[in-house]
Design a protein around this ligand. Structure first.
Ligand code: SF4
Length: 333
């Protein structure tokens, strides 16, 4: 087991329930409050210098988990410890200072950039906010970072507005912005999902290269296991607010234990036309997180479901003889 010092982030019993907004009539008819169980009790660590992946379908809770770690939303229960400090215990000013060490790359670079702010000003905005640099000094630092992330010719692109950049350039601008304060942790939420297929590989390579140069730790959130395979060191598979499998990339991809992981991996396109798929794809839609299924949340879609599966939730347990590999499935007990 790693020491606490090896872990940059420790997540314990993290839970986030959002209240369901009801109309006036609905409130009259039923007084019972309902909640979306977005994240329902997850535990994991992110070790210094690693790329930790959170993967799953839309609605699995991975993005909310990332936002909880950044304290962009408050948890219903549980804790997030960042570099030994429980972030829930921090005051507003302390959170602001902590944010300097945690940055985020959102999925949609267009939506996350101010359309009225020139690219260079947007990238360097945090330098001014945190009193690091302004004026010519800020411009020099921004131009250096733009060159670093391949946003060139930097002097010309500095004065462009976001709508004048290509999708790939916008994503490089968002990456540059995230790195201006030299953070320890970058939460990358589907960072290449909006980019053209032709530039995705380049952006991933850039992220890998920047991680080494800036000594970064990534939380890499994705629905795409093919992308996660390229960049992650360890990965957790989420389903309906819970982690169903976790381990190193090798453990999870070479020896998937959970039927959901097996199905997700079976759905990854294979470049070999002769390759055969063996695992069945999950049937049906992901159930509602307002009333998640009893027992194992995957049981309505699982081809191997047994009687116990609808009755008892399987705990996340170590896979025998495979240290660090965890799975939550009654088949493996
Ligand atoms: Fe399938 Fe049961 Fe395992 Fe859930 S616990 S994944 S329903 S076999």
């Amino acid at each position: 087991m790693p020491t606490t010092n090896d872990n940059l982030v420790e997540v314990r019993g993290l839970r986030k329930w959002f209240p369901v907004q009801k109309s006036f009539i609905e409130r009259l008819v039923t007084r019972q409050r309902q909640f979306v169980h977005a994240v329902d009790g997850v535990d994991f660590e992110i070790r210094r210098g690693e790329v930790f992946g959170l993967a799953g379908e839309s609605g699995s809770g991975k993005t909310t988990t990332g936002r909880l770690i950044l304290r962009l939303v408050e948890p219903t229960e549980g804790s997030v410890v960042f570099d030994g400090v429980d972030i829930a215990a921090l005051s507003g000013e302390e959170v602001r200072r902590m944010r300097r060490r945690m940055q985020v790359i959102f999925q949609d670079p267009f939506a996350s950039m101010n359309p009225r702010m020139k690219t260079g000003d947007a990238i360097g905005h945090s330098l001014e906010i945190f009193g690091v640099a302004k004026g010519e000094q800020k411009k020099r630092l921004v131009l250096e970072m733009m060159e670093h992330v391949g946003l060139t010719p930097a002097r010309i692109l500095y004065d462009k507005f976001p709508h004048q950049l290509s999708g790939g350039q916008r994503q490089r601008a968002v990456i540059a912005r995230a790195l201006m304060l030299h953070p320890d942790l970058v939460v990358a939420d589907e960072p290449i999902a909006m980019a053209d297929v032709s530039v995705r590989a380049m952006l991933l390579e850039l992220m890998v290269q920047l991680k080494e140069e800036f000594n970064l730790t990534y939380l890499f959130i994705t629905h795409d296991l093919a992308t996660a395979k390229y960049i992650c060191d360890r990965i957790a598979i989420m389903y309906l607010g819970l982690i169903c499998e976790m381990g190193t990339l090798e453990q999870v991809y070479r020896n998937p234990q959970h039927p959901y992981t097996q199905a997700l991996l079976a759905a990854v396109p294979v470049p070999d036309p002769h390759a055969r798929r063996t695992a069945p794809l999950p049937k049906g839609e992901i159930p509602s997180p307002i009333n998640p299924p009893s027992g194992c949340r995957f049981h309505p879609r699982c081809p191997f479901a047994m009687e116990i599966c609808s009755q008892e939730p399987p705990p996340l347990r170590p896979v025998p003889d495979d240290e660090g590999h965890l799975v939550a499935c009654h088949l493996r007990s």
